[in-house]
Design a protein around this ligand. Structure first.
Ligand code: AYL
Length: 544
């Protein structure tokens, strides 16, 4: 019930109910009807697994992990590009009761090390391709951790790594572990997000959070989810969004597996490999971030007939404009009721989806709260609820999909969760139909191609340059990536360092998408509030 002064906007999609079962059981629940169908297939090598195989192998993985001495509640880092084995590793860990921290596979040694230390990972699953980088990170931060390698091509690993395949083989011979107490509110997944401010933090998502979000989406879309019957129809979905990120993990991988979809995995997005997948497979749905929508529209390689079987394109993780969608339809001249464009809004902290534009007609809107989700708009200054259309406020979210909190960070948790409400740090309004629109970001987060970059992380790095006094990092608009990071820097000795030197200093120490592609500007001082916090809005205003 709303408290005094609260103006709660409920979901128009009915009452939510969800089963209290572990994520993997929820995913396998309807397995019988499509056990013989392909669950995952590599878009490059063609290596594939049926649902029955995926289910069995993940169970063998679970048994082997426990046999190796890992215990329920231990943290394991999955550092994998999108491979057909990725869901097997993921669901295997969950079946063993092991908490997964998902790490970006393009991370540098230092970036990986930070997450391994912060999460307290005791083991790592990675792939041959990036094994050397991961090994260095393990050596540097978690010397005792077990290293498991999904052997993509040939087994080039030295003796200290355990081949994933061996775990599958061995697990088959091991007894099924006696059923242990399962707590629905135990942490299941620990992805990293920088939240409203500061460095990346572990987001504690429970089985409840994720099962609830899967069911919230299923109930919201129930009249248009296509479930296979007699093996005739199968959804075919290219998986290009990385599965380490909550979008690829929950909304693509887990969600599509609950309805027997075929996931065509691509280890990394390249225009050529993506186009090849679209050309060779009758794909039924595309789940994208805005820069990839722009790619489809602008690339000459993408032909209209590649989209013949596509009924929905979903975009999320960053703003999408009406023009972006209009241009798409202009290029392909597809009937708008044949292929629908829908926008989702979500956050790692809400497992992720919270609002969804289901009709596919209001392209720039994020729609309405999905089944089981409530929303409010709260004025960040007066703290009063917005009650009328077209007035902006901070978007607050409540529901069973909202995280338990940030790992080992009570302060950040208290700032972000208040009375069960998740303070998103996004500014929004609703129109006369109660459809929501995001207009701005209150938080400092930068979104490059839909992926998070924490200014605090780059600022800390830039400050380690010998001639840097302080630094403030902001995101500036970019045609291709949405935003790119740019730094305002105060030098100790003016004139002694060039802007390119700062850019080069950052290069190589962080993943490519975090590089200062927006440039560097030297300033005499940074605008700050009385308590010393950098005022990023004022920095941005310097650019206008
Ligand atoms: P994180 N429009 C504008 N900004 C958005 C949108 C959107 N549709 N969706 C997400 N954001 C921004 O944790 C917003 O600032 O999760 C939000 O606070 O990496 C931040 O991204 C969260 O970033 C889906 C499935 C969206 C997944 C997601 C994205 C989860 C991104 C919709 O259906």
């Amino acid at each position: 019930a709303p408290k005094k002064g609260e103006h709660i906007i409920d979901s128009p999609f009915g009452q939510l109910s969800y089963p209290e079962m572990p994520i993997h059981e929820y995913v396998w629940e309807t397995l019988q009807s499509y056990s013989h169908m392909i669950a995952t297939e590599c878009g490059v090598t063609g290596r594939k697994y049926t649902y029955a195989q995926a289910r069995d192998y993940s169970s063998y993985i679970a048994r082997s992990l426990l046999d190796m001495g890992l215990k329920p509640g231990d943290v394991l880092a999955i550092i994998l590009p999108n491979l057909p084995e990725s869901p097997i590793a993921f669901l295997g860990c969950l079946e063993a009761g092991i908490v997964i921290t998902s790490v970006n596979p393009i991370y540098t040694v230092d970036e990986i090390s930070k997450q391994l230390i912060s999460s307290g990972a005791k083991a790592v699953i990675t792939s041959t391709e990036i094994a050397e980088t991961v090994k260095s990170a393990v050596k540097q931060s978690m010397p005792g951790a077990k290293l498991i390698v999904v052997d993509d091509q040939v087994n080039s690993m030295t003796s200290d790594a355990i081949p994933f395949e061996d775990l599958i083989k061995k697990g088959k011979t091991l007894p099924v572990p006696s059923s242990r107490d399962f707590a629905f509110d135990n942490v299941a997944v620990l992805p990293y997000s920088s939240g409203t401010t500061g460095l990346p933090k572990g987001v504690m998502l429970s089985h409840r959070n994720i099962v609830a979000n899967l069911k919230m989406m299923a109930d919201t879309l129930k009249d248009d989810i296509l479930v296979p019957s007699n093996g005739v129809f199968q959804q075919i979905i290219p998986v290009i969004l990385p599965m380490y990120h909550i979008y690829g993990m929950v909304t693509v991988m887990l969600s599509k597996m609950t309805t027997g979809g075929k996931l065509i995995t691509l280890p990394k997005f390249t225009p050529e490999s993506y186009v090849r997948v679209l050309e060779r497979n009758p794909v039924t749905e595309l789940m994208l971030v805005p820069p990839i929508v722009l790619f489809l529209t602008s690339s000459k390689l993408v032909k209209k007939h590649f989209l013949d079987h596509v009924t929905y394109i979903t975009s999320g993780a960053a703003p999408l404009s009406d023009t972006d969608v209009e241009r798409f339809y202009e290029k392909f001249s597809i009937a708008r009721d044949k292929l629908k464009f829908r926008q989702g809004y979500g956050m790692t902290e809400s497992s992720p989806v919270s609002l969804y534009e289901k009709t596919g007609t209001k392209y720039s809107s994020i729609g309405r709260p999905i089944c089981g989700c409530q929303a409010r708009l709260v004025d960040p200054i007066t703290k009063k609820d917005v009650t009328t259309p077209r007035q902006t406020g901070e978007l607050w979210i409540r529901g069973p999909h909202v995280m338990k909190g940030y790992l080992n960070n009570q302060k950040a948790t208290e700032e972000t969760l208040q009375d069960g409400w998740l303070l998103t740090g996004d500014i929004a309004y609703f129109d006369e139909d109660s459809d929501f629109f995001i207009t701005d970001r209150l938080k400092e987060l930068i979104k490059v191609k839909g992926f998070q970059v924490a200014p605090a992380e780059l600022e800390a790095l830039i400050r380690t340059h010998p001639n840097v006094e302080e630094a403030g990092v902001v995101g500036i608009p970019d045609d291709r990536s949405g935003e790119v990071p740019m730094a305002f820097v105060v030098l100790k000795e003016k004139g002694a360092t060039k802007t390119e030197e700062i850019q080069d200093f950052v290069k190589g120490k962080v993943s490519e998408f975090k590089e200062l592609r927006g440039g560097v500007r030297f300033v005499d001082s940074l605008p700050k509030n009385p308590s010393g916090k950098i005022l990023r809005k004022k920095l941005k205003a310097l650019l206008e």
